[in-house]
Design a protein around this ligand. Structure first.
Ligand code: ADP
Ligand code: MG
Length: 624
């Protein structure tokens, strides 16, 4: 009986392999650029057309290939880099599996031109969908040019699966960046749709980082260096104050190859643990040089994951190296923080402090319109001029809720900031409220209201306020800007420029005023009214990163709402920010002028009311 098992034809095998190795244009960019680096090129050019969907072309001045090799290199497992299994333990090249060219050729229309120094004539080879088309002599400088056209043209499912050009371009830039960081002694150029995006001359690592990310990176990093028997560590790590809220520039390179390594990432994070908040990430460019026999790079087809034999020792060495570097540059705090003064000090230190349990009266509705509410005074500095009907309703409700404070305000009318705490406690007519506004732990705004105690989360409140403002402003196109006394300059990398272009109209729509120069310098002359100016660069950076995370949005109204949402989340006053009396008051006023003061745009509770009855009940319990 005839067997049913067959060997797959090479073509099919290559397409299957391609599925693993080449997932998107960026994967082809990575493989082809790696080959150029492995070929010893000193200049590598990357040309991209239509985000790599139409064209990916790599031009190098490396060693080139012989006429025979220029055909053979497309065979599966054809490699010049290893020949015996022992070689697997001393790999010094980026590639070695001999799969990349076969895979790329299986899913594209590919043209190769190559010449070695010793050959007079160059060779040109054409392959389409893995099928050999032609090979002929041609002319070409020493080195290799590979043009990959119409990637996935023969696999519609893959092609349709590709994301927006913006996103695919981001992936390509990421691969380009990794290789450029690892090969600072190679000149890299990148052209996007014919326009030069990067020209990175051969240099040292620090200068390469600056050339990639912009001049402002110059002062953000300190060097790291450690040499032990098993490993040599070098590179740059970010100063704690420049850590970011989003994961961004965390780069490990092992023997010149970019890798991901969550375990080692943790070693770095731990070294920063008392210096930055838990939700932010330090940037780093860390190079680990280690005997290749101590590394297994073979565990992942794209080779971005590696295993070290001495994993734990390396963890410890790295952790120490980061700490040493931070310490040496005086970036670790030498004085302990002062204990916070304020509410804290009133609690006995040795007793466990439990948060009060709060039950909310389900029938209580602060927005039930009630008659005879006095007109509250509004000192909102930034409250917008016109309000819709619905917000008027809420405002009414708020007036009621806030009635006592409003009266108190009239007393304070003389000055915005009563500089001294008032000696005479002003009791309201109800005799229960002293309507001072307090800030607790630089995070919560506490004030008394008629029915009890109101506790507002300042960050969430401001988020709600900004969100509604941005939505309105984007819709109306009439943002309120505040001019900056001194224009603020931010220099953008080429990659960031793409993103910045994508969000510029929205930035304009919410009140940012700026101009962009050819060299990627953005000069801000105005920002949305009422926003702090400090940290603007970080805010813009974060916005761009988040924009990229949300990339598959089409230009629908949903984009604007989402943008308003994340702008609000970014720009709002954060937990931990001290606010003065005037700012708190303005915040409270504006909050209750919004349509939905009760929740953030993502549905988190903005304030809590602790009813007076609840307080009374708690105090009336007998201690047993
Ligand atoms: P690998 O890089 O794993 O060896 P590839 O499929 O990427 O496998 O490449 C196959 C072979 O083709 C390489 O081993 C190398 O000999 C040759 N090659 C590929 N690209 C170039 C290039 N740009 N210059 C010179 N030789 C190249
Ligand atoms: Mg390769």
């Amino acid at each position: 009986m005839e067997g049913v098992i067959k060997l797959l034809p090479d073509l099919v095998a290559n397409q299957i392999a391609a599925g693993e190795v080449i997932q998107r244009p960026a994967s082809a960019v990575k493989e082809l650029m790696e080959n150029a680096v492995d070929a010893g090129a000193s200049v590598v050019e990357l040309w991209i057309g239509d985000a790599g969907k139409k064209l990916i072309m790599i031009v190098d001045n490396g060693c080139g290939m012989s006429p025979a090799d220029s055909r053979l290199c497309f065979e599966r497992h054809a490699t010049s880099k290893i020949s015996r299994s022992e070689d697997l333990f001393r790999i010094t090249t980026l590639g070695f599996r001999g799969e990349a060219l076969a895979s790329v050729a299986a899913v594209s229309q590919l043209e190769l031109k190559t010449r070695r120094e010793e050959d007079e004539l160059a060779t040109s080879v054409r392959i389409e969908g893995g099928k050999f088309i032609s090979q002929e002599p041609t002319t070409h400088p020493i080195g290799t040019t590979i043009a990959v056209k119409n990637l996935f043209y023969n696999i519609p499912a893959r092609r349709n699966f590709l994301k927006s050009n913006n996103l695919e371009m981001k992936h390509i830039l990421e691969e380009f960046t990794r290789l450029a960081l690892a090969g600072e002694r190679i000149t890299f150029k990148m052209f996007n749709d014919g326009k030069e995006m990067y020209h990175l001359p051969a240099t040292n690592l620090k200068q390469r980082i600056v050339n990639l990310y912009g001049g402002h990176y110059n002062s953000r990093f300190v060097p790291i260096a450690q040499e032990t028997d098993i490993i040599r560590i070098s590179g740059f790590i970010g100063k704690p104050e420049f850590s970011k809220k989003i994961r961004g520039e965390q780069y490990f390179f092992v023997n010149g190859r970019f890798i991901r390594h969550p375990y080692l990432h943790h070693a770095v994070l731990k070294a920063y643990s008392e210096l930055i908040s838990e939700s932010s990430f330090p940037s780093y460019f860390i190079f680990l040089d280690i005997d290749p026999s101590q590394v297994d790079v073979n565990i992942h087809p794209t080779k971005t994951e590696v295993n070290f034999i001495e994993n734990q020792a390396i963890y410890a060495i790295l952790h120490t190296a980061v700490r040493n570097s931070l310490g040496k540059h005086n970036l670790t705090p030498s004085i302990e923080f002062e204990p916070e003064t304020g509410f804290n000090t009133y609690f006995p230190k040795d007793r466990e402090i439990r948060p009060p349990g709060i039950t909310i009266n389900p029938d209580y509705n602060p927005f039930n319109p009630q008659p005879n509410a006095p007109e509250p005074k509004r000192t909102g500095l930034q409250s917008s001029s016109s309000r819709g009907q619905t917000s008027m309703l809420n405002q009414r409700g708020w007036e009621k809720l806030y009635e006592v404070r409003a009266r108190q305000d009239e007393k304070d009318d003389a000055g915005f900031f009563p500089s001294e705490p008032e000696t005479e406690t002003d009791k309201s007519s109800a005799g229960v409220c002293d309507a001072k506004i307090l800030q607790m732990h630089n995070s919560f705004i506490v004030t008394s209201i008629k029915s009890g105690m109101l506790i507002i989360n300042q960050q969430f409140a401001h988020q709600r306020i900004l969100y509604e403002r941005f939505v309105q402003e984007i819709a109306k196109g009439e943002p309120v800007s505040q001019q900056l006394l001194f224009p603020l300059e931010i220099s953008l990398s080429q990659g960031d420029m793409i993103t910045f272009e994508a969000i510029r109209e929205y930035l304009h729509a919410i009140g940012f005023l700026f101009s962009i120069s050819e060299t990627g310098m953005v000069t801000f002359t105005g920002i949305p009214a009422g926003l702090p100016q400090e940290g603007l660069a970080t805010v813009i950076e974060t916005l761009m990163h988040e924009w990229n995370e949300e990339r598959d949005l089409s230009a629908s109204s949903a984009v604007k709402t989402r943008l308003a949402r994340f702008m609000a989340a970014r720009l709002c006053v954060k937990t931990g920010t001290p606010l003065n009396q005037k700012e708190m008051q303005s915040l409270v006023d504006q909050l209750f002028n919004t349509e939905h003061p009760e929740s953030t745009p993502t549905g988190k509770m903005v304030y809590i009311i602790l009813p007076q009855s609840e307080l009374e009940e708690r105090f009336n319990k007998n201690l047993t």
